[in-house]
Design a protein around this ligand. Structure first.
Ligand SMILES: Nc1ncnc2c1ncn2[C@@H]1O[C@H](COP(=O)(O)OP(=O)(O)O)[C@@H](O)[C@H]1O
Ligand SMILES: CSC[C@H]1O[C@H](OP(=O)(O)O)[C@H](O)[C@@H]1O
Length: 406
């Protein structure tokens, strides 16, 4: 197949067949398009007899969620496959294996992770993943440290920044996270019952200053290679395994954006628990599991990142200046808090929402979850530059759950 065109299920089978050493000659293959994300086609190809399978992910020349009126670069498939390969080297076992990348078809062939569940779904259903904090903190510490000026050759890093220039996908984030929720933008989408909350967001100058500072950092700080969209829908999980997928938004940006993304999505689930748990005890219990996970993610990330820094003294002054490490980690925590808040707000009033909240069928319960998420998100944004400990983020979540009444 030569020119780019969106594949159909039959063509996906032909491509899978042509890959050497995967499927037996003459095997009956099945093909299903299973993409449920906002942007791409995803084909699941399997040989049910042998039990072998793989995934073909193809970029469309537009954003699937909106349609052809929103053109989008196919280069994101290159970025995604390249990022998965980098992440696989730096955090072995924590991303799917990439078998092939076809630049003409904007197609990545990768390991099938169907024996895992998408973490967002797992959390909605009350699943617990005791190894997750350990896995994701390793993923974050390794990928962020070793792609930054602290952990790699600083001239090579500048060349890597060039390879991950991702303007169109960054623009989506700049618009949908760091602009539109704070003005009456056409892309915004929210239930009419919380219009009062949206109007507050549009007129809160103190909030706008903090969002402007976070936006500026997202635009300008090439600190490390980010995943760029690390929400719980981009994580496949089972009790003993965690796999991060979908890094098409990867670019060199501020580290706190990735750490904040995962914390925000745990907090969005936290805000939705009134509906998903059977009674108050179950809710309290599950919320404390989520809070414990957030605490562990930051604490373990902090320890692992510092340990990598001790072992790899790439930059003399940055490794030895008294107080520099503590100052760096404090700024990283503050960015994490600010970006977590921004990621929560965008999922309530912006274009793309989360199932944890949108799938609450009862309008009153959904409204409560939305108001709680906004309350936590706004406070995190406002306190970000003053935060000194992850306990302050946790306290904001817990106090808000008490004070925002159903
Ligand atoms: N490696 C994989 N193994 C199994 N299913 C996958 C894999 N990658 C993606 N999927 C399925 O396709 C869906 C969309 O994939 P995703 O990468 O999130 O697409 P998008 O970039 O459009 O958001 C996932 O929610 C999951 O159900
Ligand atoms: C028009 S893209 C909206 C939104 O979708 C992306 O998420 P995903 O592809 O993982 O569903 C990303 O978060 C974008 O901001």
């Amino acid at each position: 197949m030569s020119a780019y065109h969106p594949l159909n299920e039959k063509e996906a089978i032909q491509i899978a067949r042509s890959l050497e050493g995967v499927f037996a000659e003459g095997a009956e293959l099945t093909s299903r398009e299973i993409g449920d994300g906002n942007l791409n086609l995803v084909f699941h190809i399997s040989d049910p007899v042998e039990g072998t399978s793989l995934i073909l992910k193809q970029a469309l020349p537009y954003a699937k969620v909106v349609g052809e009126s929103w053109p989008l670069t196919l280069d994101r498939a290159r970025i995604e496959s390249e990022a998965l390969i980098q992440e696989g080297k730096l955090a072995p076992g924590l991303v799917p294996a990439v078998y092939n990348y076809d630049p003409v078809l904007a197609l990545t062939v990768m390991e099938d992770l169907s024996d895992h569940v998408i973490m967002r779904r797992g959390l909605i259903e009350g699943g617990r993943y005791p190894l997750f904090a350990g896995h994701i903190s390793t993923f974050l510490a390794n990928t962020l440290f070793f792609t930054s000026d602290l952990g790699m050759n600083q001239q090579s890093k500048k060349l890597r920044v060039r390879e991950f220039i991702n303007p169109e996908l960054c623009k989506i984030t700049e618009d949908l996270i760091f602009d539109h929720p704070y003005t009456d933008a056409d892309t915004n989408s929210f239930d009419e019952t919380i219009r009062d909350e949206a109007q507050v967001l549009w007129n809160d100058g103190e909030l706008h200053l903090e969002v402007a500072l976070l936006r500026e950092k997202f635009l300008t700080q090439a600190q490390a290679l980010l995943h760029g969209d690390l929400h719980t829908g981009s994580i496949f999980i089972k009790p003993d395994s965690t796999k991060v997928i979908d890094p098409e938004f990867a670019y060199y940006g501020p580290m706190g954006f990735d750490i904040g993304a995962i914390i925000a999505n745990l907090l969005l689930n936290y805000a939705a628990r009134d509906h998903w748990d059977a009674d108050e005890n179950a809710r309290r219990d599950y919320r404390s599991y989520l809070i414990g996970t957030i605490r562990e993610i930051w604490t373990q990330f902090d320890a692992k990142f510092r340990a990598l820094w001790e072992e790899n003294k790439t930059d003399r002054l940055l490794s030895s200046a008294p107080g520099y490490k503590d100052d760096y980690m404090k700024r990283l925590l503050q960015d994490t808090v600010g970006y977590a808040g921004s990621k929560m707000v965008r999922r309530i009033v912006g274009l793309a929402h989360v199932a944890d909240i949108d799938q609450i069928p009862d309008a009153k319960s959904r409204e409560h979850a939305q108001r709680l998420a906004l309350s936590i998100g706004k406070q995190l944004i406002k306190v970000n530059r003053k935060t000194a400990s992850i306990e302050e983020l946790i306290q904001i979540a817990e106090t808000s759950a008490e004070s925002v009444k159903a």
